[in-house]
Design a protein around this ligand. Structure first.
Ligand code: SAM
Ligand code: DTB
Ligand code: SF4
Length: 369
């Protein structure tokens, strides 16, 4: 069941969202049990492989260059550093790694070559690899798939109507195209939204309706609560009530019974009881580790304690779909061959220069004989 036929209209979904809270949670919990193991919650790790300096104007985002926020910006990380972090994340129980870059779109350059290498390396560690890199062409998506990418995250963020109030540098349609490109390449789709940006309940339902209109809705739907960051246009946005996040998780669960609903940004503002209701209502994943991309997340030990108290078990990787194969990347191979050749030429040039330099000395030594 790709989506729930009982709630395929905007009116029926809104009515569901507004149901008495415990009735809603009960209905969501009942559906969740039919399609998922309710004790399993995936621990995923986030890693910002390129931070800040983004040309886009997403009103919620501390990484947009035009806003004055207090974040540590950096260029793309080294592959070795990323693999080291992935190893640590795995050792701490994460079965999925999501690598994020503050890009408007992917470009076919050396930075993208590095991402391909990162994907290959993390997939070879038997972790689910997810990337969120901005807009993507079908060819770029195919390259990532070939490298072993499991999922691509590209959020619609809100309803089509409200989206324009938050972002002006990218069209909603362009987001749909990127999702479609990932799909065409055979990559699992992760796409969701943010609540608490000043949108109405209708807009929250509008986001879900956008997924309902897709031939294949996302396999993974992250639900974020806005992290209001100083310096962004949404810095003064009033925090949402915990109940609203529970309602959104529950409604998403009922609307898309097979998808994994991910309780994403915003957990630092929730107590354990509210998070427990989210798991009851079908949240199947959290981000683990004390940092999201640039903002704080609950401490590792706090989450461990929560898992223990609630009797939750970390979900293994590839429980929902087979692991993609890591295949050789032609562009990387060619680049490495060229680099090796250049190194060899440099070495030869150095040896020639050295022997030239040494010539007078050898003459001297002959002289001395
Ligand atoms: N630059 C790429 C893009 O936007 O497609 C990928 C990285 S971007 C940071 C990934 C997602 O993080 C956004 O689509 C948004 O849903 C979420 N996000 C960013 N800032 C947030 C915030 N302050 N609170 C909650 N979610 C946020
Ligand atoms: C998603 O939906 N939420 C994550 C992940 N996908 C990439 C990102 C949350 C970012 C929160 C703000 C920050 O830390 O910069
Ligand atoms: Fe850039 Fe992504 Fe942030 Fe938008 S959400 S400003 S595209 S990093």
């Amino acid at each position: 069941m790709k989506f729930n036929p009982d709630y395929s209209t905007k009116e029926s979904l809104l009515k569901l969202y507004q149901k008495p809270l415990l009735e809603l949670v009960f209905e969501a919990a009942s559906i969740h049990r039919k399609f998922h193991n309710p004790r399993e919650v995936q621990m995923s790790s986030l890693l910002s492989i390129k931070t800040g300096g983004c040309p886009e104007d997403c009103g919620y985002c501390p990484q947009a260059a035009r806003y004055h926020t207090d974040i540590d910006t950096h260029k793309i990380m080294d592959v070795e550093q990323v693999l080291e972090q992935a190893k640590n994340a795995k050792a701490n129980g994460s079965s999925r790694l999501c690598m994020g870059a503050a890009w408007r779109e992917v470009r076919d350059n050396k930075d993208f070559d590095k991402v391909v290498e990162m994907v290959q390396g993390v997939n070879d560690m038997d972790m689910e690899v997810c990337c969120t890199l901005g807009m993507l062409t079908e060819d770029q998506a195919k390259r990532l798939k070939n490298a072993g990418l499991f999922a691509y995250n590209h959020n619609l963020d809100s309803s089509k109507e409200f989206y324009k109030d938050v972002i002006s540098t990218r069209e909603y349609e362009q987001r749909l195209d990127t999702i479609e490109n990932a799909r065409k390449a055979g990559i699992s789709v992760c796409s969701g939204g943010i609540i608490g940006m000043g949108e109405s309940e209708e807009d929250r339902i509008g986001l879900l309706m956008s997924y309902m209109q897709m031939e294949n809705p996302p396999e993974s739907i992250p639900i974020n609560a806005l992290v209001a960051v100083e310096g962004t246009p949404l810095e003064d946005q009033k925090p949402i009530e915990q109940w609203e996040l529970i309602r959104m998780v529950a409604t998403t669960r009922i609307a898309f019974p097979e998808s994994v609903v991910r309780l994403s940004a915003g957990r630092t503002k929730m107590n354990m009881e509210a998070q427990a209701l989210c798991f009851m209502a079908g949240a199947g994943s959290i981000f683990a580790g004390d940092k999201l991309l640039t903002t704080p997340n609950p401490e590792y030990n706090e989450d461990q304690e929560m898992f223990s108290i609630l009797g939750l078990i970390p979900k293994e990787s590839f429980a929902d779909a087979p692991q993609p194969e890591t295949k050789p990347d032609e562009i990387l191979i060619e680049r490495k061959q060229k680099e090796a050749l250049r190194q060899k030429e440099l070495e030869e040039a150095r040896t020639t220069t050295d022997s030239n330099k040494f010539e007078p000395r050898s003459i001297r030594s002959v002289d001395s004989l």
